[in-house]
Design a protein around this ligand. Structure first.
Ligand code: SAM
Ligand code: SF4
Ligand code: SF4
Length: 384
């Protein structure tokens, strides 16, 4: 077995300026990047801290008690986040996902949710406002999140076996508490709706670690109205020591489930949707909506950059154009430097127009050491 390379370059320090273009770019919702992709999805990381230490994201050896997390003053305030989000919405964003780190660790997150829930698209529609969480605080917070205006949640859950789950979160957190959180979210109405707007469970699959949990997870969530999605283990960040041989291709996940619970492929629910949808079939081989569906997200084996309409706002206000970007554009410098809304919207417009990122499509043609990710920023900072 080859030794893992875990580079310790702090990529957060580097940043690109967010320049105000000489020619104003009006936020008219018609923005597109250099490859013709619109801007419709914004992920906002509200904290770089987490109470879990999932090995594929925040390995204990790196994220220990000496790790230099961002000081509170470096974080965008709720007012700064809401002001920035409003400008993104004017540019065409329809969906906002709060993430982190663990977003429920951010104090008074309900206040931010309330502010974002009040935003309207140019045609007067509320946003599709959602949040990704490890579920550890959900049992306590589901009701207040719903009351604040959150529409739905995605809960990360990498297995049902308590020992596997405790080993994967690496802080000995019991699976029963996350299951209780999922139940609380469902009871609070966080995700009661169409398949595209339902409560979702994300399972990161790591070959040799939790692949045996796949059929059990499928059986557990079949027929519950909850959509289980399997995510290929990705080479994000620079600290998880990613190796291709630990990626279990989604095609294999589908094969494994299909062998027990027959599946049929479904149409994508929306353009730019990252998950391939598979529905559970009835005895005649047709999709039975009562049995529900699963999704597979093949970020490694089947790139979907062509439709990537997502921007990411880091905890300290840098705009990242790709999950695998080395640097972000410093919007906070503009916000705190006194720039007007029009200037900031113009800067966002110019940055998006110049975007040509398509890392996953290019991964296959990169040098073999590319997987060490020496220049990439951590997922806990940029938001998943
Ligand atoms: N703490 C929250 C959680 O775990 O849901 C939100 C932040 S987390 C960075 C967002 C998502 O990224 C989670 O579903 C997590 O499983 C996923 N993720 C983190 N590292 C990953 C990796 N190396 N490959 C694939 N997915 C990853
Ligand atoms: Fe924390 Fe989420 Fe990363 Fe796990 S995946 S360490 S829960 S931020
Ligand atoms: Fe989007 Fe970058 Fe992922 Fe491609 S690699 S889908 S551009 S975030």
């Amino acid at each position: 077995m080859s030794e893992r390379v875990i580079p310790l370059v702090d990529q957060r320090i580097a940043s690109l300026a967010a320049a105000i273009p000489a020619q104003r770019i009006v936020a008219d919702g018609l923005l597109s990047d250099a490859l013709g992709r619109p801007l419709s999805d914004l992920r906002i990381s509200v904290t770089d801290r987490c109470n879990f230490r999932c090995n594929y994201c925040m390995p204990k050896e790196v994220f220990d008690k000496d790790y230099p997390y961002l000081p509170h003053g470096a974080l965008l305030s709720f007012e700064e986040i809401t002001r920035t989000a409003k400008l993104f919405v004017a540019h065409g964003v329809r969906k906002i996902r709060l993430t982190g780190g663990e977003p429920l660790l951010r104090k008074n997150i309900e206040v931010l949710i309330g502010q974002l829930a009040a935003l309207r698209t140019p045609d007067g529609q509320p946003l599709d406002l959602t949040l990704t969480t490890n579920g550890s605080l959900l049992a306590r917070k589901a009701k207040s999140l719903k009351a604040a205006g959150l529409k739905r949640v995605t809960v990360s859950l990498d297995g049902l076996d308590d020992a596997v789950f405790r080993a994967m979160n690496d802080v000995d957190f019991p699976v029963a508490d996350v299951l209780e959180g999922i139940e609380a979210a469902r009871a609070a109405g966080l995700g009661a709706g169409e398949p595209g707007h339902s409560l979702k469970i994300n399972m990161v699959v790591k070959r040799g670690t939790n692949e045996h949990e796949i059929p059990r997870m499928a059986r557990h969530f079949q027929g519950t109205g909850i959509v289980l999605r399997f995510i290929e283990y990705m080479d994000v960040g620079a600290t998880n020591g990613w190796r291709m041989d630990e990626v279990l291709p989604s095609a294999e996940v589908v094969r494994m489930i299909h062998a027990e619970l027959p599946l049929v492929q479904l149409d994508p629910s929306a353009p730019g949707e990252t998950a391939e949808r598979w529905g559970y079939a009835d005895a005649s081989g047709r999709h039975d909506p009562a049995l529900g569906e699963i999704g597979v997200i093949s970020s490694v084996t089947q790139a979907f950059c062509r439709d990537c309409n997502r921007a990411r706002l880091s905890t300290e206000g840098k705009l990242y154009l790709c999950l695998f970007a080395g640097q972000g554009h410093d919007l906070r410098a503009l916000i705190r430097g006194g720039a007007s809304d029009e200037d900031i919207a113009s800067a966002i417009g110019a940055i998006w127009q110049g975007r040509s990122d398509r890392y996953s499509e290019l991964r296959a043609s990169m040098p073999t050491d590319a997987g060490t990710g020496a220049r990439r920023v951590e997922m806990s900072y940029i938001g998943g």
